[in-house]
Design a protein around this ligand. Structure first.
Ligand code: NDP
Ligand code: MG
Length: 425
């Protein structure tokens, strides 16, 4: 079997660990390809990273530690592991450190797929590098598109890179579009022309009226604003349906995650903000829907387990058995949908506004949000301060509609400082 080689960036995180599980499983069940982890990265969790590397059936050639200050600790842990019998790591596994090492791992010549699973703006350079190198990118790191959507999507088109969504909502939309396009091309005739069967070759979507993103509503779905004002860190971290990293869990509680996803959908599918809608679906079984011009809706349904969308991004257009559990149909199951409440979740309106104006707004709102979430997790601000800090940081910046990447990165630094100042007022 030919080998498909994957760089897993952010391997120590929730998505990273799930991706490693998918790759191990694919290697057992894919009749067409052998799957190998070529490199993997962690930032602060050195021992778990080395353990994950040692657990791969074919250990990675390179382990990346993006925090350069961890070099000595990582070198020691790698050396110890390569002499232990319960680890498959050998001395041939290299250590590479620092943020540039992520770029090297993402652009390595023999890497076929890059799983971009670093959290936040920290994932931008490596994701963009993978895109420039024309790789298939399994994109979990939505912040990269929020900060620099036009830059990233243009680079993907110019370099023949495939940006395949891992975010479950975007994977759902991608799947709905992919399935409908596959049928269209199967039945395409001279009278009913069809352009392409591959939705990653996006541009515009004939016949599509709207993309409908579902939101679980998070732990505060039914809370009043007054209750949310008093929310503790533990309450905000207690997500009802998904087990995820801390940052995205807080984003889900404030619905800033959905706001970021509206912006992500705009860039990924090249649709204007007014063609995107959000509905609340507490069970997290319907991962999103596409509404067509004739009023028909196509939804993608699966249990809330990220291994399904991760695997689809790796194997698209092929479908193979996945380690995620099946939906239990021996019991009745509920799938309810209701409108989102922008009054209690002001982050949502911000997301639509940012998606509408584009330009520098995404970089600013993302940086303000990352800063505010850190401040909340450190007990320095209230939960309800998060969207307010984002709103005011956005208001304080001079909007530009076609910024360069350099300008966006400068604004990212500025917005972090401004958000910190606003938090102290
Ligand atoms: P986690 O917090 O679980 O993991 C984050 C990963 O990024 C870890 O490997 C961490 O390393 C690494 N990391 C943290 N800071 C840096 C940095 N400054 N430089 C380089 N690497 C860094 O997050 P998740 O896995 O939950 O989320 C990852 C991305 O996927 C996010 O963008 C999120 O929005 C998106 N996503 C996640 C979903 C989920 O179900 N978890 C669902 C949909 C999207 P270490 O731990 O070693 O410090
Ligand atoms: Mg999501």
């Amino acid at each position: 079997r030919p080998v498909s080689r994957v760089a897993v960036l952010g391997a120590t995180g929730s998505i990273g660990v799930a991706a490693l599980d998918v790759i191990e499983n694919l290697n057992r069940c894919d009749p067409d390809f052998a799957w190998e982890v070529s490199s993997m990265s962690g930032h602060s969790q050195i021992d778990p990273l080395i353990e994950l590397a040692g657990g791969c059936h074919t250990p990675p050639k390179c382990v990346v530690v993006s925090d350069a200050e961890m070099e000595a600790q990582a070198a020691k842990a790698l050396k110890t592991a390569s002499t232990q019998t319960n680890s498959r790591l050998t001395e041939r596994c290299r250590l590479d450190v620092g943020p540039d090492a992520l770029v090297r791992a993402a652009t390595e010549k023999d890497v076929d797929v890059v799983v971009a699973a670093i959290v936040g703006r920290a994932g931008l350079e490596s994701t963009l590098a993978a895109v420039h190198a024309g790789k298939r990118v399994a994109l979990a790191n939505k912040e990269t598109l929020v900060v620099a959507g036009p830059v990233v999507t243009r680079a993907a088109a110019d370099n023949g890179a495939e940006l395949l969504p891992v975010d479950s909502e975007h994977s759902a939309i991608f799947q709905c579009l992919a399935e409908s396009r596959a049928r269209q091309s199967q039945f395409a005739t001279a009278k009913q022309p069809n352009t392409a069967a591959d939705p990653s070759a996006k541009t515009h979507w004939p016949g599509v009226r709207r993309l409908i993103l579902t939101a679980s509503g998070g732990p505060f779905r039914d809370w009043t604003t007054a209750q949310m004002r008093e929310a503790t860190i533990e309450q905000a971290l207690a997500h009802p349906t998904w087990k995820m990293g801390a940052k995205i869990t807080i984003d889900s509680a404030s619905m800033m995650n959905k706001a970021l996803e509206v912006i992500e959908a705009k860039w990924l599918f090249d649709v204007p903000a007014d063609k995107i809608e959000v509905v609340v679906h507490p069970q997290s079984l319907i991962h999103s829907l596409v509404e067509f011009e004739d009023g028909s809706l196509i939804a993608q349904v699966s249990p809330p387990d990220m291994r399904m969308p991760i695997q689809y991004a790796l194997t698209f257009p092929r479908r193979l058995p996945c380690p995620a559990p099946e939906l239990d149909r021996t019991q009745g199951w509920d799938m309810s949908l209701c409108p989102a409440d922008p009054d209690r979740f002001p982050a949502l309106a911000l997301g639509f506004e940012v998606a509408r104006v584009g330009g520098t707004a995404g970089a600013v709102v993302n940086a303000a949000n990352e800063t505010a979430v850190d401040l909340f997790l450190n007990g320095q601000i209230r939960f309800t301060d998060i969207p307010e800090i984002c709103r005011r940081t956005l208001l304080d910046h001079d909007h530009e509609s076609s910024p360069t990447l350099e300008r966006l990165l400068k604004l990212d630094v500025w917005a972090r400082g401004r958000a910190r100042e606003l938090a102290q007022i």
